[in-house]
Design a protein around this ligand. Structure first.
Ligand code: UDP
Length: 253
């Protein structure tokens, strides 16, 4: 692998990505492919924190349409991220022998997993664990994209990698418009003003404010995770002109 540009990264995995192309909640081949790629990062000494979504199980806004109160529905969504985190942990440990810790922003200790705190997560990263951050922000009305930006900041990650099922950010929906153009680079302001489908506004604004570069890429294509951290062209990069990728200093590290 070429020299990595980043030494601590935050990977946001949407729930849908865990399903791969399969109709079920989980695609084990997809998770095994992910485990193999993460193993290669580990071998390079790259510290990896994951924030996992829950769209493969439930989203608060979808449950709300069934008549469930929003706070309750969001709580169910956040709990679903813990299920996904435990699934990822199992595959990483059993398929690739990768040490990992599932930490939850919603207290579930000691039966299910440990409680999240930034200092504990950093400690585990330094011990060589993949840290799987679950439970979102622990607050309703937020998303796991915002949790990802927040964790990237708290853990001094140098980059936020947003894994999706499309190749990056397009000017139009590529499923409906075959001529849609993929952007290679964007400014945060382009994303905000044009309301491009990258991450929700709160999470973009957090990244903009703190100069965290974002790479939106297709996780289903093997090798893309490694490409994103070595600088090979992949997906769409979102940053601002003053932000140099990987230039954030790791405080507390
Ligand atoms: N959620 C929440 N607060 C958070 C993070 C998530 O209430 O801080 C809930 C919300 O209902 C959301 C669900 O958890 O729909 C799953 O997260 P998300 O939709 O971000 O998952 P993804 O789309 O990434 O799979």
């Amino acid at each position: 692998m070429a020299n990595p540009r980043f030494h601590r990264i935050l990977l946001k995995l949407s729930g849908d990505a865990l399903g791969g192309n399969s109709p079920g909640n989980f695609s084990v081949p997809m998770l095994q492919q992910l485990a193999s790629e993460i193993q290669q990062l580990q071998q390079q000494g790259i510290q990896l924190a994951l924030v996992v979504g829950a769209g493969n199980i439930c989203r608060g806004t979808e449950l709300e349409q069934l008549g469930i109160g929003r706070v309750q529905a969001d709580t169910m969504g956040m709990l679903s991220t813990v299920i996904n985190g435990l699934m990822i942990q199992d595959v990483l440990q059993r398929h690739a022998n990768i040490p990992c810790s599932v930490l939850s922003a919603i207290s579930m200790t000691p039966a299910v997993c440990e409680a999240y705190s930034a200092s504990h997560a950093i400690e585990r990263l330094k011990q060589g664990h993949v840290v799987i951050c679950t439970g979102g922000t622990s607050n309703p009305y937020f998303t796991t994209d915002t949790a990802a930006s927040l964790r990237a900041l708290e853990l001094n990650a140098q980059v936020l990698l947003k894994a999706t099922q499309v190749d990056g950010v397009y000017d139009k929906d590529p499923k409906q418009h075959p001529q849609a153009k993929r952007y290679q680079r964007l400014n945060y302001n382009d994303v905000i003003q044009q309301q491009l489908n990258v991450m929700d506004l709160t999470s973009i604004c957090l990244c903009q404010q703190h100069h965290i570069p974002i790479c939106v890429f297709n996780i289903l294509q093997q090798g893309n995770l490694l490409r994103a951290i070595t600088g090979d062209p992949v997906g769409t990069w979102v940053s601002d002109s003053s932000a140099k990728s990987g230039s954030r200093r790791q405080q507390n590290s």
